[in-house]
Design a protein around this ligand. Structure first.
Ligand SMILES: [Zn+2]
Length: 420
């Protein structure tokens, strides 16, 4: 039965209905559609497989670059990076020349829908695997607004003042997980389940880690086990009466050569060899403090000309290298990838589905890959992600064209697209 909507909540040009029953959006970090296909084929994902009949199972495009921070922020704001301003995990500040993590809410140019809902009196919980996202996801949600936002990374030191919750390990029933473990994500899901069981949140955003997907291909036992554990937790949330939406921040591809070594182009080395030492600085926006599983190598880099060489000259030297997908100047990259122009580099270079790009070889520690084939993301090859809903779409959303869904439509579908 449809209920009359009295006060939809507007933010960033979209409107959202208040949840009458708990709504949970899961960002399954790095969940390429092939992980779910493999799990369904193995009969290990009965809940997700059931969405094909009793819910909605589609594909959507992630925002470019296909990295964690830009896409998580797109999902919680409902808009592309051009509007919200977060165009990487890591960036070079054009004004100061400093290389900075893009984790500070001061860089966010629009409010999140979580903040808007929180201020409208909806109880919010945002739980993230890695703490790097916490301050942006929790901006306008915690403190005076009564919401909850914490990470499993720092689950042992949550305070009411900063996170809107304490004693998280006791709530979940186990100690905080290791940074490099599947449990870093499962802890997020289990915390979400507890918060729903205790009626502490009506709208939840649960953002996982891509540790498993960086390390394992879709048909490997570790990947199958992880996605089965995800499926089981989605089932529990549905049992508790939740509407569950699932999408990903990006897909994942094998980036290794046939001999198992990473297929990488160290672009700063290539360009400085050709144009002279210090001619360019290359920034890898995949960089975060935890790079053991990918060596800070992704398929999207930014090139800054330091000695006045024209970007078109640099572009000519990059085009034609094996494994390059696109080479775009500042204006073209901003337009084509919907990125904030004022924060864009002189040149944006992407690798194809099998290729990653680095800065200088000395900056990337690949020793920790220890024989594993490199799996990574960042380019157009990792843009396709799952877009799932646990319940059938209502008439209005059944009729919507689904040909160009974005992962940041997921809250719209979860709140407006199913009968509450
Ligand atoms: Zn990610």
């Amino acid at each position: 039965m449809e209920q009359t909507v009295i006060d939809p909540i507007g933010v960033n040009g979209r409107t959202y209905r208040r949840p009458n029953r708990p709504a949970v959006v899961i960002c399954a970090d790095g969940c390429d559609p092939r992980y779910l296909e493999a799990g369904i084929a193995a009969g290990m994902l009965p809940t997700i497989a059931g969405f094909r009949e009793n819910g909605f199972c589609g594909l959507a495009d992630a925002a470019m670059p296909t990295f964690t921070n830009p896409n998580n922020v797109s999902i919680v704001t409902g808009v592309a990076p051009a509007r919200h301003g977060i165009s990487g995990n890591f960036a070079l500040d054009r004004d100061t020349g400093a290389e900075v993590m893009m984790t500070d809410p001061a860089m966010l140019r629009v409010p999140t829908l979580l903040a808007a809902m929180s201020q409208a009196g909806v109880s919010i919980a945002a739980v993230t695997a890695k703490d790097k996202l916490r301050r942006m996801l929790g901006h306008g949600v915690v403190n005076s607004h009564g919401g909850i936002c914490f990470s499993s990374e720092f689950a042992d030191c949550c305070t009411l003042a900063e996170h809107g919750i304490d004693k998280v390990e006791a709530l979940v029933g186990r100690s905080k997980p290791d940074m490099y473990s599947a449990d870093l994500s499962l802890f997020v899901l289990d915390a979400g389940i507890k918060l729903v069981e205790e009626s502490r949140a009506k709208l939840l955003y649960l953002s996982l880690s891509d540790y498993v997907q960086h390390g394992h291909a879709p048909d490997e036992p570790e990947a199958l086990d992880f996605h089965r554990a995800l499926d089981q937790r989605i089932a529990r949330l549905m049992e508790l009466g939740c509407v569950v939406g699932v999408t990903a921040d990006h897909g994942m591809n094998d980036k290794a050569l046939p001999d198992g070594s990473p297929h990488v182009i160290f672009l700063e080395d290539v360009l400085n060899r050709e144009f002279g030492a210090g001619a360019v600085r290359v920034i890898c926006p995949i960089t975060d403090p935890f790079v053991r599983h990918h060596g800070a190598l992704g398929s999207f880099v930014r090139v800054y000309a330091k000695t006045g060489i024209a970007p078109a000259e640099l572009a000519r030297a990059v085009r034609g290298l094996p494994g390059i997908d696109q080479v775009l100047d500042r204006a073209a990259a901003s337009a084509e990838y919907e990125l904030p122009w004022d924060r864009e580099a002189d040149l944006v270079v992407t690798g194809d589905a099998n290729t990653v790009l680095g800065a200088s070889e000395a900056e990337h520690d690949l020793s920790e890959l220890a024989g594993h084939r490199l799996r990574s993301h960042g380019g157009r090859g990792e843009q396709r992600v799952p877009f799932l809903l646990s319940h059938l779409l209502n008439g209005e959303y059944q009729d919507k064209p689904k040909t160009r869904l974005r992962n940041f439509d997921i809250f719209d579908f979860a709140l407006n697209g199913v009968s509450q």
